[in-house]
Design a protein around this ligand. Sequence first.
Ligand SMILES: Cc1cc2nc3c(=O)[nH]c(=O)nc-3n(C[C@H](O)[C@H](O)[C@H](O)COP(=O)(O)OP(=O)(O)OC[C@H]3O[C@@H](n4cnc5c(N)ncnc54)[C@H](O)[C@@H]3O)c2cc1C
Length: 300
Amino acid sequence: MPAGVGAPAGELTEFASLDHEAEVLRAEAALAGWLQADGFVGQYERGTNRSLTIEFQVALDPLPAGTRVHNQAALEWTSLPDDNVSAPYSLSPHNALSTERRYDPATGADFYQVVASATVSTPALPATYLAQLNALQSMGAVVMVLSLKQQLSEQGYYWHNLPKEAGFPFLAMCEHTNFVSPEHFGGDHLIYCGDYLPPDHEYFRLTEGELLERYAAALPRFNPQFERSWIKQVWLFRETYAQPIPPLHHSQHIPDLRTPLPGLYFASMSQVYPWDRGTNYAVEIGRRAARLIASDANHR
Ligand SMILES: Cc1cc2nc3c(=O)[nH]c(=O)nc-3n(C[C@H](O)[C@H](O)[C@H](O)COP(=O)(O)OP(=O)(O)OC[C@H]3O[C@@H](n4cnc5c(N)ncnc54)[C@H](O)[C@@H]3O)c2cc1C
C-alpha cells in the first residue's frame, strides 16, 4: 500500500513499530511487485528504490515527412479497501487489505496516476535539398555466387567481361577459385555472376530458382562439359541502390553532408567524388561526416 494509506487498527500489527521511511519502502516494494507482476520492468537490483520506472513501447508505421505524432500512456490505480479480494488473493497474512489493487473509475479518492508521453516527428527537408536528393540516379545490383564441384573455366581465367548483346544473362562472371585456390574453400570452386540493373528490372522479382535457371543456362558457354549436377550451393544477393550514376555537372549538384535540418547529416555513395564508389571512399566520407558532426557540436 502506498505511504499514507491508513488501515483499520490492528490490521498492521506486524509492522506497527516501523518508522515512516520503512513504510514508504514497503509501500514501494508492494507497488513494484504489482507492476512487475503486471509485466512492467522496474529498476530493483536489490531491495527497493525510491522511484519506479514504468516503461512502454510504441510501434509506429513509417511516418511521412513533416508528421508529428504524440503518444501518451496513462496508468491509474487505487488502493481503496473495496478493492479487497478475499483469500487466496490477499498479498500478506498480516494485512487483510493488502490485495491486488485495481483501478475503480467510479471512485475519486485514493487514486494514483502516472502519465508518460513521447513525441515523434519526422521533419520535412527543405525543397531545394530534397530536390537534390531526388535527382540522384543509381542502379541496383544482382549477384549470384555458386559453389561448384568442378572448375568452370579450364583455361584458368579469373574475370570475364560479358557483352549483353551476346545474350549473357549477367555482366561479369568471375571464377574466384582461378585466383585463390579451391583448397581455401574446402575444395569447392566458386563463381560470381554479377550485373548492375535498374531497380525495376525483373531480376529483382524473380525467385532464386527462376534466376538460377537463366544463369545456369549460360554456364556451358564457359565450359561445354558443365552440368547442373556440378552446382553444390547458391547464394543470391540483390540490392536496389548499388551504383550511383553521376550525370554531367554532377559535382555542382552533390548534396551537402550537412543537411539543412540541424543535427541531420547524410553521407552516401552518391556523394563520393570525383572517384567511383568503393569501400575506401566509404570510409573516407564516413570520416568527413564524423569530423563535420564533431565540429558542429563544438561550435554549438
Ligand atoms: C556488386 C558490387 C561490387 C562492389 N565491388 C567493390 C570492390 O571490389 N571494391 C570496392 O572498394 N567497392 C566495391 N563496391 C562498392 C562498395 O561495396 C560500396 O562503395 C561500399 O560498401 C559503400 O559503403 P557504405 O558504408 O556507404 O554503404 P553500405 O556498405 O551499403 O552500408 C550501408 C548499410 O546501411 C544499412 N541500412 C540502409 N538503410 C538502413 C536503415 N534505414 N536503417 C538501418 N540500416 C540501414 C544497410 O543494410 C547497409 O548495411 C561494390 C559494390 C557492389 C554493389
